[in-house]
Design a protein around this ligand. Structure first.
Ligand SMILES: [Zn+2]
Length: 361
């Protein structure tokens, strides 16, 4: 049995330089031909046009529309972009995929997917899957990471000094850069906590910063959810399909079994009720190793989900566990896109790993 060597782009400090080298020297074009029967699944979240960038601290969550247009044009001209469901079915039945298959996915369910991304996808005839967080589209909740982002972006406080579940959090908040640093550190801290404790900690930080949870129209446009009408409109066009992404976006491994079961059940039920189709695919929240468990996978199966996607960066290969499928993150440039989807970056990382092992031996 051949075990594929896999490596995350995030491990590579010189990633942008290496990506530009591969994309601009033709190495990526050659690497495309080496790609076996695999598929590359890309992950996006929001899309932004820059009009409310000053209100956001986590710009990386929202690809700029100019880059997204380049990405779509490049994929349409050079790759076979297939609906995710088709790739999942082909994998399950052992059917081979066309050469250089790519799939496009979006997580969470931003209005910007409809307003900005959808017209570009339509222009190029590219299919995509949106993994929607049901309670966010319902307007019942604000996503917890939007609440913490807005608390840090909008607070009048110039420092944070508090203790959350035994952890001291002390950060200056005088400048935008300091707020971005504080947001990253506090978010990482909150992600470690059991969901109930995380929500208590989040509320305590909001209170310390003199903020209440930002909801609906209080959010900057880039953070607002799409409506179910917009979701139905996109689905009716035939290019966009929807998958589950929980009800309130907790990290499932930090939930009790009962909480996980409810998150997955409500996710399936709300999508089915609003869109008239039982969702087959699911994307784990956060999606890294340790963010979901065997219990999560059992519960997904029981609710009828047949495929679940992680954020473990790799190509989707024959024989992959259907409830632990890999995806690549949002490319930071068109060079990066080409280095990733051509497979040249993955080969480079594999080679680097082999050389590292040889050196360590
Ligand atoms: Zn998400």
């Amino acid at each position: 049995m051949v075990i594929p060597l896999r490596g995350g782009l995030s491990t590579l400090a010189l990633g942008p330089v290496v990506a530009a080298f591969f994309a601009r020297t033709g190495i990526a074009r050659i690497a495309r031909r080496w790609r076996p029967s695999d598929a590359c699944v890309l992950t996006f979240h929001g899309v932004r046009d820059g009009s409310d960038d000053d209100q956001l601290l986590d710009l990386d969550q929202h690809v700029h529309i100019a880059l997204f247009k380049q990405v779509c044009a490049h994929l349409a001209a050079n790759y076979t972009v297939l609906p995710l469901a088709e790739i999942v079915k082909a994998r399950a039945s052992g059917r081979s995929l066309p050469a250089q298959t790519v799939a496009i996915t979006f997580d969470d369910g931003y209005a910007s997917n409809h307003d900005l991304a959808f017209p570009v996808l339509k222009e190029h005839g590219l299919p995509a899957t949106i993994f929607a967080t049901a309670g966010y589209l319902d307007g019942r909740i604000s996503l917890w990471f939007h609440r913490i982002e807005m608390a840090f972006a909008r607070t009048q406080m110039v420092h944070l000094d508090t203790v959350i579940h035994g952890e001291t959090l002390k950060f200056p908040l005088g400048s935008r850069e300091e707020r971005i640093t504080a947001l990253g550190a506090v978010t990482a801290q909150l992600k470690k906590l059991p969901t109930t404790d995380m929500l208590e900690g989040l509320a305590a930080i909001e209170s310390t910063l003199g903020m209440s949870p930002a909801m609906g129209p209080q959010l900057p446009p880039a953070l607002r959810p799409m409506s179910w009408d917009q979701a139905r409109e996109m689905q009716a066009g035939g290019l966009i399909e929807f998958g589950g992404h929980t009800d309130t976006h907790p990290i499932l491994a930090r939930c009790t079994e009962a909480q996980q079961a409810e998150e997955i059940r409500a996710s399936r039920e709300r999508l089915a009720d609003e869109l008239g189709v039982q969702p087959q695919t699911f994307a784990y929240t956060n999606g890294k190793v340790g963010d979901f468990t065997a219990t999560t996978q059992r519960l997904l199966k029981e609710e009828g989900f047949t495929a679940a996607f992680t954020m473990l960066e790799s190509f989707l290969l024959p024989g992959d566990d259907p409830l632990m499928l890999p995806r690549y993150g949002c490319p930071s440039s068109c060079d990066f896109l080409e280095a990733v989807v051509s497979g040249s970056m993955a080969r480079f990382l594999s080679l680097r790993k082999i050389l590292g092992l040889v050196r360590a031996a």
